[in-house]
Design a protein around this ligand. Structure first.
Ligand SMILES: [Zn+2]
Length: 149
């Protein structure tokens, strides 16, 4: 998810540690580097909602997403590694899904960011859609989630 750099200030107040607290939820593995608690059941609720909104039935043979709660600076660094051209456009990422590592990077538990990146996870594993179509799908899922769908 891309947003103007000014919005990064909204994430103030969260600190990050060198070592994560690892949690296993029903559907995900959570590596929380932040000093905020991340409720595993809230992540699972969102996982189920996104799957339902996308009309996807998750199966056990698909790798579980790893949810990493890491600093905005780390997310930006990873994002630029994956999308080097974004640097030239001053692209800033608040969260990112890395398909080949099956990792979702978020700075804190944030419904919108996590919904968006979970949509990418499900798109990658369950739909045959070129990367250029991913953002529109994620935006639709976020809209539907926020509308209480
Ligand atoms: Zn996205």
């Amino acid at each position: 998810m891309l947003l103007p750099i000014l919005l990064q200030g909204c994430l103030g107040g969260t600190g990050y540690r060198a070592y994560p607290r690892a949690r296993t939820s029903v559907y995900t593995d959570i590596w929380n580097f932040s000093d905020h608690e991340i409720a595993a059941d809230q992540v699972d609720v969102l996982y189920r909602r996104v799957a339902r909104l996308m009309a996807i039935t998750p199966n056990n043979s698909t790798p579980r997403p790893q949810v990493l709660v890491v600093s905005p600076a780390y997310i930006q660094e990873k994002y630029l590694t994956i999308h080097p051209l974004a640097a030239a456009r001053n692209g800033t990422a608040l969260a990112v899904y890395i398909p080949h590592q099956n990792q979702i990077l978020i700075p804190d538990f944030d419904r919108t960011l996590l919904t968006h990146e979970l949509a990418h996870y499900f798109t990658f594993h369950y739909l045959s859609i070129p990367r250029s179509g991913w953002e529109a799908i994620a935006d639709q899922v976020v809209d539907a989630e926020e509308a209480g769908g």
